[in-house]
Structures are given as structure tokens and as C-alpha cells.
Design a protein. Structure first.
Length: 131
């Protein structure tokens, strides 16, 4: 294959532009132009915006682990729930994103993640991140 000097210059310029674009995106300059507004963390009276209730249950004869999230703020929140369970049947893990409506929307401000498990018992680790 024979390259002319003009083709090499065009390839070098294209490579430099791609590298520059990756640098700007990776450095956070791109994301700082349109920052995502921070999610509220507390209500006006100092209580946390999101509370949870989790535990093992039996639902229609099937053992499950439920994580219920409740929004107490007037902001729509998207929460990612991660669950890791260890019991005598072995480990299990699950992950789900729940969208919580503002508190004024009533029942839509509460969402539940239901994960089927091998048995209704064991040790559970639950974490959540809301935006």
C-alpha cells in the first residue's frame, strides 16, 4: 500500500481531532456546560427526602425480598437500588432503578422493588443512590 504525504496529513489531523474530543469529554468540560441539578437531600423540616423499608416476605407462595422507597420531598427522584443477599442457598444480587414522584402525587411517591430469592431469610445488604 502506498501513502501520499497528503493522505498522511489528513489521517494525522483526524486522529488529533478525535483525541482532543475525547480529552474534552473525559475532562469534565463537556459535562460542566450542562450540570445536572443536585437532588434534594432533606425536606424543609430537616428530614431525609427518601426513606426505605426492606425485608423478606412470601408473595403468592414465593419467597421475595422487597425494598420500598418513599419520597417526602416535592421533587421527582430517580433512585438506583442495589441488593445483595446471602443465605443457605448461596448469594443473589439485584439492581433496579425506581422513579419516585413528588410527595404531592400521593401513591406515586412510593415505589417497591421486589426480588425473588431462594428462601425467605438470610443476610441482606441494600444501598440506594437518588438523583
Amino acid at each position: 500500500m502506498h501513502f501520499r504525504s497528503g493522505n498522511v496529513a489528513v489521517l494525522a489531523l483526524a486522529g488529533a481531532m478525535a483525541t482532543t474530543a475525547i480529552f474534552f469529554i473525559g475532562s469534565g468540560i463537556y459535562t460542566s456546560l450542562w450540570p445536572e441539578p443536585p437532588a434534594p437531600t432533606q425536606t424543609a423540616d430537616g428530614k431525609p427526602c427518601v426513606s426505605d423499608d426492606a425485608g423478606f416476605f412470601t408473595q403468592d407462595g414465593t419467597p421475595v425480598f422487597k425494598v420500598k422507597l418513599m419520597n417526602a420531598c416535592e421533587a421527582r427522584l430517580r433512585c438506583t437500588v442495589s441488593v445483595y443477599i446471602v443465605n443457605s442457598q448461596g448469594p443473589q444480587q439485584g439492581k433496579e432503578t425506581l422513579t419516585l414522584a413528588p410527595k404531592s402525587n400521593g401513591a406515586a411517591a412510593e415505589q417497591t422493588y421486589v426480588m425473588k430469592v431462594a428462601q425467605a431469610g438470610g443476610m441482606a445488604n441494600v444501598s440506594r443512590q437518588c438523583r
